[in-house]
Ligand binder design. Structure first.
Ligand code: KIV
Length: 271
């Protein structure tokens, strides 16, 4: 007898229905099987295998070093765990900006090798050729505007973006281009709340914010930040729901003490 789990998978179509009826979309990152399983079972709508894995999992200063092979490894691990959420995998730096054929082959590798539902990439007008080429192969694309960590060396800081009118106008224009090209959603990172709200109102596709205020169609956070595993990173937009760093260190400390004092293992914990 086979046991079927009764889950209704989240699709890009369901996300646009959520926007239409005003239901906010919840999105979180995951990079490995065990965390993705917990996040999916908790009922999040979208799981992002973000290139923030470069910082969070590998300890790099920026997202630039992570490779396509490494993103595929993380993507595969997450997809194996997920029954319900829509899984989005980031195209890493250097795999889509050069030319649209390279972008297409990077996106195809992600889709074939991870079995994810879609890809995400950073940028507007500059990468629109790549966006269109990927979409032409039937691969759903999520855009990413505002603070774009892959361009950190161009801007030099991780401060709030699009505060000036010209940058805000460019952002709105880029968002429109991405929508017209056929992206199913856009992430807006670290921009004024008023601008986030305006973009969400002007676009038909869902706009998901991280530090973009409450007027957008959904929110995304890095799971390690939300759980309080990462300790140094404290931007204003971050709400920590737990202090897991303290709990983990406490548990590990207890284990060390038990080993040293020979309390562990006891008679019941051996063969
Ligand atoms: O890589 C990532 O985690 C992201 C989110 C911050 C949106 O792109």
């Amino acid at each position: 007898m086979s046991i079927h789990k009764e889950v209704r998978k989240v699709t890009t179509h369901r996300l646009s229905e959520m926007k239409l009826r005003g239901e906010k979309i919840s999105m979180l990152t995951s990079y490995d099987y065990s965390m993705a399983q917990l996040v999916d079972e908790a009922g999040v709508d979208v799981i992002l295998v973000g290139d923030s894995a470069s910082n969070v999992m590998a300890g790099n200063q920026t997202t630039l070093p992570i490779t396509l092979d490494q993103m595929i490894y993380h993507g595969k691990s997450v997809v194996r765990a997920v029954d319900r959420a829509l899984v989005v995998v980031d195209l890493p730096f250097g795999t889509y900006q050069g030319n649209s054929m390279e972008a297409l082959s990077s996106a195809i590798r992600i889709m074939k090798e991870t079995a994810a539902d879609s890809v995400k990439l950073e940028g507007g007008e500059e990468v629109i050729g790549s966006v269109k080429r990927i979409l032409s192969a039937g691969i759903p694309v999520m855009g990413h505007l505002g603070l774009m960590p892959q361009s950190i060396h161009k801007f030099g800081t991780y401060t709030v973006r699009a505060k000036e009118e010209a940058e805000a106008e460019k952002l709105l224009n880029d968002a429109r281009l991405l929508e017209e090209a056929g992206c199913f959603a856009i992430v807006l990172e670290k921009i004024p709340a008023e601008l986030g709200k305006m973009v969400a109102e002007k676009l038909r596709i869902p706009v998901i914010g991280i530090g973009a205020g409450g007027g957008v169609d959904g929110q995304v956070l890095v799971i390690h930040d939300l759980l309080g595993i990462t300790q140094q990173f404290s931007p204003r937009f971050l709400r920590r729901y737990h202090n897991l760093a303290a709990e983990i260190k406490g548990a590990v400390g207890n284990y060390i003490n038990d080993v040293k004092s020979m309390d562990f293992p006891n008679e019941k914990e051996q063969y």
